[in-house]
Write a protein that binds this ligand. Structure first.
Ligand SMILES: O=C(O)C(=O)C[C@]1(C(=O)O)C=C[C@@H](O)C=C1
Length: 359
């Protein structure tokens, strides 16, 4: 069959797509100029949310919404890069789950820098050395990332967006499965793949490493060695993938926050979420009456709570902070009223940020 006529059609369409993309980017460049003049935010979570909803709403197929979203992620990433080069801070080394989350949120056209601690990421964004940071906040099987939550106590940075990343592990090695004698990875990653490894590599030695990325470096250099890491690490270090999706539990998902200096505006229509940090002060946190009192200003206004987490304040024994995720935006009148009421009896009510629910 002669494919020439089809390919000619595709060539003509590609020409239009490229022209339209460049027209769109030229408009973004204008927006960038206006933002630089007024000190506006380059990455605008609520606008990106609206663009994603608009284009998936227009979609009649056959392209899948996920594919369309991925394409638009890269279009807006290119727009951002044209408006102003952005630097995104994440928990390294390169090719970690945090790196993958950062790429998923900001696309391939912005710059990334790996930091070794959460505190370093907060400091880099506070000092303006990075524009945004990506912080893992909770995992569907392991629970909250406490060190990350604690950083918010002493910081004025805002949560500007969230995203969910399905955590999937890949067996990475130069050797075929039957020649693998050692499997390296971070203990949590090995633990999450224990059943698969038992079934497919019952005689291999399991060896703990400092990070999943490190295990792939070892697999690159050592015959018969494999690493267990996100797939991005195989590409990054140029080591072949032996098996994908080797984690024992499906739907193992990590939630990440994007942190920045300026808050995000509302999306509206119940599609915003707000995070608050509350301290009850002298009220006994173990007293259920005190907890009830804290939740009442929210409940009275029909503001739904999706998460509550307590952390020791480290100021006094048995003194706690509460991290709350509630539905709505800080600018909603009901939310403002609830916060004002909370401030009347709580020693601290800190607004950590409002952001689109959709990640
Ligand atoms: O609307 C804006 O503020 C833009 O900068 C344009 C645009 C886009 O390409 O649609 C790019 C980056 C922002 O994060 C949001 C949207």
């Amino acid at each position: 069959m002669d494919l020439t006529p089809f390919r000619e059609k595709i060539d003509a369409l590609d020409q239009q797509i490229v022209e339209l993309l460049n027209q769109r980017l030229a408009v973004a460049a204008e927006i960038g100029k206006a933002k630089r003049g007024s000190g506006g935010q380059i990455y605008v979570a609520e606008r990106e949310d609206a663009v994603f909803r608009k284009v998936t709403g227009l979609n009649q197929g056959p392209i899948k919404d996920d594919a369309l979203r991925a394409i638009y992620r890269e279009i807006m990433s290119a727009a951002i890069a044209l408006e102003q080069p952005l630097l995104i801070a994440y928990l390294g080394p390169e090719a970690t789950n945090s790196h993958q989350a950062a790429l998923k949120k900001f696309g391939a056209s912005v710059n990334y820098h790996a930091f070794s601690t959460f505190a370093d990421i907060f400091t880099a964004v506070e000092k303006g050395e990075a524009d945004y940071g990506i912080i893992p906040i909770e995992n569907s099987t392991e629970g909250s990332v406490r060190d990350a939550l604690d950083q918010f106590v002493g910081s004025d940075l805002k949560i500007v967006a969230q995203l969910y990343l399905e955590i999937s592990y890949t067996l990475i090695s130069k050797s075929p499965l039957e020649k693998i004698t050692k499997v390296y990875s971070k203990d949590q990653a090995l633990a999450q793949c224990r059943m698969w490894l038992q079934r497919h590599l019952p005689h291999a030695q399991l060896i703990d490493t400092a990070s999943t990325a490190r295990s792939v470096q070892i697999a690159r250099d050592e015959e018969g060695a494999a690493g267990v890491a996100p797939e991005i690490a195989a590409t990054h270090y140029g080591v072949p993938v032996v098996a994908k999706g080797i984690q024992d539990k499906a739907n193992n998902t990590t939630r990440f926050f994007v942190i920045g200096k300026k808050p995000s505006g509302p999306v509206g229509n119940g599609r915003d979420m707000t995070s608050l940090l509350i301290s009850l002060g002298d009220e006994d946190a173990a007293n259920s009456g005190a907890l009830l009192k804290m939740l009442k200003p929210l409940a009275d206004r029909g503001i739904n709570l999706s998460k509550i987490e307590s952390r020791p304040s480290k100021r006094r024994a048995w003194d706690y902070y509460f991290f709350l995720d509630v539905a709505g935006h800080h600018d909603d009148p009901a939310m403002r009223e609830a916060i004002t009421e909370l401030k009347q009896f709580c020693t601290m009510v800190k607004w950590l940020g409002s952001y689109p629910v959709a990640g």
